[in-house]
Design a binder for this molecule. Sequence first.
Ligand code: NI
Length: 426
Amino acid sequence: MGILIKNTLAILPAKDGHDVDRHDLYIEGSTIAGIDEAPAGFVATEVIDGTRRLTIPGLINAHTHTYMSMMRNVADDLSFTDWLFGTVEPIEDRLEPEDAYWASLLGQIEMIHSGTTCFNDMQMHIGQTTRAVRESGMRAVICRGLVGSDYDRSDYRLAEALQERDDFADCSRLTFRLGPHAPYSCSPNYLRMVADVARELGMGIHIHIAEGQVESDNMRADHHCTPVEYVRDAGIFETPTIAAHCIRVDENDRAILAANHVSVVTNPASNMKLGNGFAPVPELVAAGVNVCLGTDGAASNNAQNMFREMSLLALIHKGTHDTPQCISADEVLDMATINGARALGLPTGSIEVGRKADLALLDLDAPSLTPLNNPVAALAYSVNGSEVTDVIIDGRAVLRNRELLTIDEERVRHEITRICQRLGLA
Ligand code: NI
């Protein structure tokens, strides 16, 4: 029982970058079971002709908030403070829990169509994004956002996070982390409590750090340290941590992140759109930090398209460093795939025997892939996601010939329209 992708051009990991060649890919259960050689007893229940397809590891969106998808284009051209406290939070206060379910499905529709197979989500309404993931077939890491000021193990948000983890333990595509929101919304005592619980339960951490200049200035004034030092001193880095943004990180901060094996998620579109700048990615890489890529939520991006993010990631650093050698197309592809898997501790992100079968197939007849010349460069600089025809996640076809098999797209559009009207957004 399995899927055979026959004679496809595929991007495999190589010592220095990637190897692109034609292969037969054998998928059995949830994993890649063979490359060019069928595993013993393999029976194909589905054969995909890969002759005109480029097969890549599914993209990993390492930082987003899918419940915010209905807030696309409602808070633009505002300062970060006006965006968050003046517009986004008042809308969040009026959300019904089920709104988050439909919005997450909307975000997942956009991600699947553009080749993303896994996302790392920070959210507030337990049981909603998780339910949407269970139905969509995607892989996800779920973090209930946590904010607080006391060392209080009975905090209701923490209880909800752990409850959700227990409620969805039966879905192998879901894993859970603790999500202390940010240094400016969590006191040192609260962070210490979250760090202790995470360490005791063997859970990873997902946090925003150093997103804007105001955060760094306030931290310096109030605590005489940088946001990175503040989070480190509260013990958060004693458990595997993935940190979104890390825009204002000096050389000392970068050394701290590297020494503590903190993975950094850069979110170029969101960071630039909010006027926050962008993470010093070449410098983080030089310091030895594992850098991965995310979209952030649709309220600040305003898309969930990882190909657009890859292009921005490559171009902004070349443009600001006055040298095109500071980041390569191979590095960008790794940041959108295997580096995200490494950050999240998931056995996905590359086409290798034994890895999870999370794959996206692109149409080689698309104008943006013609002539192909260099497929890895094409992924970083040419494609926009519309080339994706098929998506397989956990060994299961989720998108076939551009048709979504798991989600009723029309129903989701209808529900989102209804929600936006109720919220007064439409
Ligand atoms: Ni975020």
